[in-house]
Design a protein around this ligand. Sequence first.
Ligand SMILES: Nc1ncnc2c1ncn2[C@@H]1O[C@H](COP(=O)(O)OP(=O)(O)OP(=O)(O)O)[C@@H](O)[C@H]1O
Ligand SMILES: [Mg+2]
Length: 519
Amino acid sequence: MEYKTSLSNLGVVVSVRGSVVDIRFDEQLPPIYSLLRAGKDGCVAIEVLAQLNAHLVRGIALTPTQGLARGMVVEDTGGPLKAPVGKAILSRMFDVFGNVIDRQPAPSAVEWRTVHRAPPPLARRSTKSEIFETGIKVIDVLAPLERGGKAGLFGGAGVGKTVLLTEMIHNMIGHHEGVSIFCGIGERCREGEELYRDMKEAGVLPNMVMVFGQMNEPPGSRFRVGHAALTMAEYFRDDEHRDVLLLIDNIFRFIQAGSEVSGLMGQMPSRLGYQPTMGTELSGLEERIANTDTGAITSIQAVYVPADDFTDPAAVHTFSHLSASIVLSRKRASEGLYPAIDPLQSSSKMATPGIVGERHYGLAQEIRRTLAQYEELKDIIAMLGLEQLSPEDRNVVARARRLERFLTQPFFTTEQFSGISGKLVSLKDTLDGCERILRDEFKDYPESALYMIGTIAEAKGKAKPGPPAASAEPESKTEAKTDPKPAAESPAKATPEPHPVLGAKPQPKVEHAADTHES
Ligand SMILES: Nc1ncnc2c1ncn2[C@@H]1O[C@H](COP(=O)(O)OP(=O)(O)OP(=O)(O)O)[C@@H](O)[C@H]1O
Ligand SMILES: [Mg+2]
């Protein structure tokens, strides 16, 4: 445990109510954010949040307060909560206090910095509009992420936020030259342990740091763990001049912890019981995720949406900080259209012709339009049936359903339970695929041929079009010639699958690995 005690400033516990502790200091009142220690070996840590009068401070415990009693001595450490920084923290796993939790000896050559830091001033900030490719089709086409931006993965309970975040880590960390920092706030401990193991196996741990304040920890600890992670990220940006990828699961738990702290401190709740200071607290954290001329912090944050209500103040406040919002929908998850991203609700600041280019922009618009038209037609289809639609509308429906299926993707993270090996698809391949679907090239293919595939070329291997598609065959062959990849792939996959969806055999991984890194 790393804390220095100033020799003399001692106080006495006056009251303990759950995590809230009042302490009396007769000589010198510790300033706000001071870290106090009490109990055996200083095992209870308390952060000062209010000075009640000339002799009394109120603090929130960052550890359980078990065993703390009135009259016990409290020691002022003479400084705020600190996080370790330095090269030595790479490949390690920490808790909110900077203690290692990976059962290995603590790193020696580290410097301790306060976790309470101001966001960089406006003059030091910089922005460049560059795309951050994820290899996930629907994100790259419809809501491209910004390098140095903040992206949010919004969704209710169990719609796939963690899976998507883990998949992004898997896809990006290998190519990312900088440092990655994973911050677990208020989620399952098991997930942290699994991630650590996965990262170790994947060999990316040497450029990664993990910080956890999971759901079993007191609110004070969950509230501060994000600050600790950012302090480390800022070190790599400012001192080492490296780009940082900051992954947070889950930023809602930070807001929730803030609300618990606020409630415990006796503040009047605001809308829906949230703390009145939510906006300030969130921007205090989010604004520190910034780019300067020395480096960029790109962040991807999972955002739990309570009761799937996107007007919830926590979700609304988080939306306003992000450059890309990826919205996961329960309906899609229930239809098995994974990743369950709602293409019409997801958006990105990057999706403008100036940044992504005319072709990409035009295609994205066209995809959105097709899907939106299908959405409108759904009511009519439910009431009258597909047959009652005009032929043009039926075409729109066919196109939209094929697009929806093409935008699903098997994940590396879910390989064990889906039985389909993960696919990484370059933006170019995705755009080509969408363009060809929009041109009706696949209208004679069963919809299922496009479900859970990588590049569009795989559709050809998955299902042979029936007799009416005879016209489509030669056409696709001529194309195969212009594009060497599908030609190379088609013989391997030419066998028709009896149940194209579930019967899909895992594709040999090597082949796709070769595909994906060509971009
Ligand atoms: N891309 C996917 N492919 C297949 N199954 C998926 C996918 N994404 C999510 N799932 C299924 O949904 C389940 C829940 O996903 P996940 O744990 O990511 O949800 P979550 O949004 O993080 O939930 P919570 O809010 O409880 O943390 C997974 O265990 C898995 O069964
Ligand atoms: Mg989760």
